[in-house]
Design a protein around this ligand. Structure first.
Ligand SMILES: *[C@@H]1O[C@H](CO)[C@@H](O)[C@H](O)[C@H]1NC(C)=O
Ligand SMILES: *[C@@H]1O[C@H](CO)[C@@H](O)[C@H](O)[C@H]1NC(C)=O
Ligand SMILES: *[C@@H]1O[C@H](CO)[C@@H](O)[C@H](O)[C@H]1NC(C)=O
Ligand SMILES: *[C@@H]1O[C@H](CO)[C@@H](O)[C@H](O)[C@H]1NC(C)=O
Ligand SMILES: *[C@@H]1O[C@H](CO)[C@@H](O)[C@H](O)[C@H]1NC(C)=O
Ligand SMILES: *[C@@H]1O[C@H](CO)[C@@H](O)[C@H](O)[C@H]1NC(C)=O
Ligand SMILES: *[C@@H]1O[C@H](CO)[C@@H](O)[C@H](O)[C@H]1NC(C)=O
Ligand SMILES: *[C@@H]1O[C@H](CO)[C@@H](O)[C@H](O)[C@H]1NC(C)=O
Ligand SMILES: *[C@@H]1O[C@H](CO)[C@@H](O)[C@H](O)[C@H]1NC(C)=O
Length: 669
């Protein structure tokens, strides 16, 4: 392989040196490295090298201005082999518009001088003239890309061939322009150099084996692995010690195309650097006008007009669709790894189909979906009519929540914004929420299952409060926010969401988000959630799971009050869920109930932390001694009268969505 030659040459032939250059387009700096001759010039601002314009009988040259050592200097030229070389370039031939023919062609040439005075246009392609053609004193090697045939018979028919020339315009090898497509059958694909936007060419010569490879392909087609020409060519008598490499081109008396070079790389004793297509100048535009027949022009005009109209309509439709359906991305949104495309979510949920709705909660509707990219099941929560302000901060917050990972959390996979809707994507947990299991007559959870679930929730909350990089307050711990997986592990969902939803509130209002029955009393006064307000809600949950009763019932039933009353009456086990059929561990049940009461103390500072709660639940520490007769002397303040009395002092809205309720209190600053 050529690239390995590059590594091996310095080892075997000490005196042989490698050398390479590369032009990705041609600009001011690079003109100084070229010797231009004839009509050739750099076209600005495109940065293309134009060898000939479409004027008749012109030639153009462009050679690299430093000589290249084609023989090893330390050795007698006749004895040693020609250096290996490799080149790669992209050219474009622009024939004249209409029916006038294009011509003639261009060559990659290696010559003893960067100037070729006296060379002719036409078939001679700016390399030779009638008197020196086929003279061995020329020392010219060339690969021609010719669009006109018939040099000797002067027939000037359409050409489109690649030839290898030594000292003469009579090619020693000639092939119609084609490339071998990749694949087992290696089909040969013909193409026309004048019609292609641009053409890539690769010329490789191995000095040792004397094999010359020539490969061409339309621009944008990657380099075919099989060359069009691969033949032994002895260049010993052609090359001199110092040679110049470059291009020549010509137009004819009647045939005149522009010949452009867009990029060029060359390497001596190595593989020429591949040109990066995206860094090259755009190929010059070609006026495509295949016929001078006026009717055809009219037809083409009409067709173009129709096509244009159709395209406009299509564009408008697409834009309209985009505007109405798809998100527009802001720069910062690109940097969010957890961001989903709205389109994917539409596909995942079948356009938020009603039948895929698996829940309606405080913050919005939840749909089951299957992500098209991965085939994974997800729960897609859509929070509607939520005019988002400060989206950037909001996204940062979600991005951070998206990094939370715990086996007892419903992991947030990502998010998406579509107009005013916010969409959150969570792991899909198959077995539903804790409350649906707890209050399902046909499917009573046994005590061991309940105890395991409670320990799981405690572990999840502990992670949020103390084990992650920042403190995350859940704000809405409740049985309907706890999902149960196949192995009956508890997975806490919706964490941090309440705080997120604060972001869209206008500055004059703060909202209390939580669910009645689980809300710590201080929340109604300060609206300031804390880890201990989460502990309060968890305490209520402990009682709820043992008793199998909702925290607030009809007729001013308050679960916490009911449990403490029974405890004070010395009949604590009376509150245990009858669905357990008296099958339970008394010690565990008593622990959970007492811990529930400790967590639901009126004073936030008296409540244990989640770390302590976890230790109690695991029987690592005994519950502190507690005189239950004096439990919350201020208990009455929790009862309905003053609880609601607090709220009546400010305006409040109470909205019930499903079984949970959101309380939102507006306070004017
Ligand atoms: C052109 O010449 C300049 C100055 O000699 C050099 O810095 C630059 O690398 C050359 N460019 C190429 C492509 O050889
Ligand atoms: C010089 O050429 C001879 C004969 O081709 C070869 O054996 C020898 O290795 C060459 N010397 C160097 C330094 O390349
Ligand atoms: C042909 O080309 C050679 C070398 O380029 C030049 O010396 C000679 O004058 C040219 N002959 C004619 C007739 O133009
Ligand atoms: C070129 O010259 C060689 C002798 O040097 C001769 O054999 C050959 O036929 C000539 N080719 C053409 C096309 O004139
Ligand atoms: C080849 O060119 C050289 C120098 O230009 C000249 O002396 C010689 O006569 C030419 N040979 C032929 C066969 O034309
Ligand atoms: C030329 O092509 C042949 C056949 O594809 C390949 O084996 C060889 O390595 C190539 N030579 C060079 C110098 O690239
Ligand atoms: C020169 O080429 C011949 C084959 O053409 C090869 O056997 C020899 O090793 C080569 N010599 C050098 C110095 O590369
Ligand atoms: C080609 O150039 C583009 C733009 O400069 C760059 O992004 C890309 O990585 C390059 N590709 C290669 C293969 O170097
Ligand atoms: C949980 O779901 C699995 C399958 O999704 C089901 O077989 C199992 O009965 C469910 N368990 C409960 C407790 O709902």
């Amino acid at each position: 392989m050529a690239s390995y030659d590059f590594l091996f040459f310095p080892i075997f032939l000490v005196a042989t040196h490698a050398f390479e250059f590369q032009f990705t387009g041609f600009n001011n700096n690079e003109i100084s490295n070229l010797t231009l001759g004839g009509a050739s010039k750099i076209v600005k601002p495109q940065g293309t090298l134009e060898l000939t314009t479409r004027t008749h009988n012109t030639i153009g040259h462009a050679f690299y201005n430093k000589p290249i050592q084609m023989f090893d200097k330390t050795n007698n030229s006749l004895q040693s082999n020609v250096s290996s070389f490799s080149t790669c370039f992209v050219f474009s031939i622009v024939p004249p518009p209409g029916s006038s023919p294009g011509g003639f062609g261009l060559t990659f040439a290696i010559a003893p001088s960067p100037q070729l005075p006296g060379a002719s246009a036409d078939h001679f392609l700016g390399l030779f003239n009638l008197s020196n053609d086929n003279n061995t004193s020329n020392h010219i090697f060339a690969v021609e890309f010719d669009t006109v045939n018939g040099y000797k018979d002067s027939s000037d028919t359409e050409g489109n061939h690649v030839g290898v020339n030594l000292n003469s315009m009579s090619s020693i090898i000639s092939e119609p322009v084609a490339y071998y497509a990749e694949g087992t059958d290696a089909r040969k694909e013909d193409f026309n150099m004048e019609k292609a936007d641009a053409v890539s060419a690769w010329i490789e010569y191995d000095g040792e084996t004397q094999i010359l490879n020539v490969t061409v392909a339309p621009f944008l087609v990657p380099k075919p692995s099989k060359p069009l020409i691969s033949k032994v060519v002895d260049l010993k008598s052609i090359m001199k010690e110092d040679m110049f490499v470059g291009f020549s081109a010509s137009t004819g008396q009647r045939k005149a195309s522009s010949h452009f070079i867009l990029g060029w790389s060359f390497s001596l004793n190595g593989a020429a650097p591949q040109l990066n297509i995206s860094q090259l100048p755009n190929p010059p535009s070609k006026e495509k006008d295949p016929s001078s027949f006026p009717w055809a022009k009219v037809a083409i005009g009409l067709i173009s007009a129709l096509t244009f109209t159709l395209l406009c309509v299509l564009c408008l439709l697409t834009l309209y669709k985009r505007y109405t359906q798809f998100e527009t991305l802001e720069d910062w949104e690109m940097e969010c790894p957890h961001r989903f495309r709205y389109k994917d979510l539409l596909i995942a949920t079948n356009g938020f189909k009603e039948s895929l709705l698996i829940g309606v909660g405080g913050f919005g509707s939840v749909y089951k979906g299957v992500l098209p990219s991965t085939g994974n099941e997800v729960a897609v929560k859509r929070i509607m009519s939520n005019p988002m302000q400060g989206m950037r901060e909001f996204a940062a917050e979600i991005e951070s929540l998206g990094r939370l990972r715990h086996k007892n959390l419903v992991n947030l996979q990502g998010w998406c914004k579509n107009k005013n809707d916010l969409i959150l994507i969570y792991d899909y947990i198959p077995n539903g929420s804790l409350d649906s299991l707890l209050y399902n007559e046909n499917l009573a959870l046994d005590w061991d299952q309940r105890f395991k679930i409670l320990k799981g929730v405690a572990a999840g909350l502990l992670y949020l409060h103390e084990e992650w990089e920042k403190v995350v307050i859940h704000r809405d711990v409740k049985s309907s926010n706890i999902l149960i997986d196949e192995e009956l592990n508890a997975r806490l969902g919706d964490f941090g969401l309440a705080r997120l939803c604060d972001h869209d509130q206008v500055s004059h209002t703060t909202s209390v988000v939580g669910t009645i029955g689980y809300m710590a009393p201080e929340l109604t006064r300060t609206a300031k959630a804390s880890t201990s307000s989460d502990v309060y809600a968890f305490g209520v949950l402990l009682l709820e799971v043992v008793a199998g009763k909702r925290p607030v019932g009809s007729g001013q039933f308050f679960l916490v009050d009911w449990v403490i009353e029974n405890l004070q009456l010395g009949q604590i086990l009376k509150v245990v869920d009858p669905n357990l059929d008296s099958v339970y561990d008394e010690e565990e049940v008593e622990l959970v109930l007492k811990l529930g009461l400790l967590c639901t103390q009126q004073g936030a500072s008296y409540r244990p932390t989640m770390k302590q709660v976890t230790r109690y639940l695991n029987f690592d520490d005994p519950l502190p001694d507690f005189d239950w007769r004096h439990y919350d002397d201020s208990l009455s303040s929790r009862t309905s009268s003053s609880f609601l009395g607090d709220m009546s002092s400010s305006s409040y809205t109470l909205s019930s969505i499903g079984r949970s309720a959101i309380l939102s209190i507006e306070t004017t600053r």
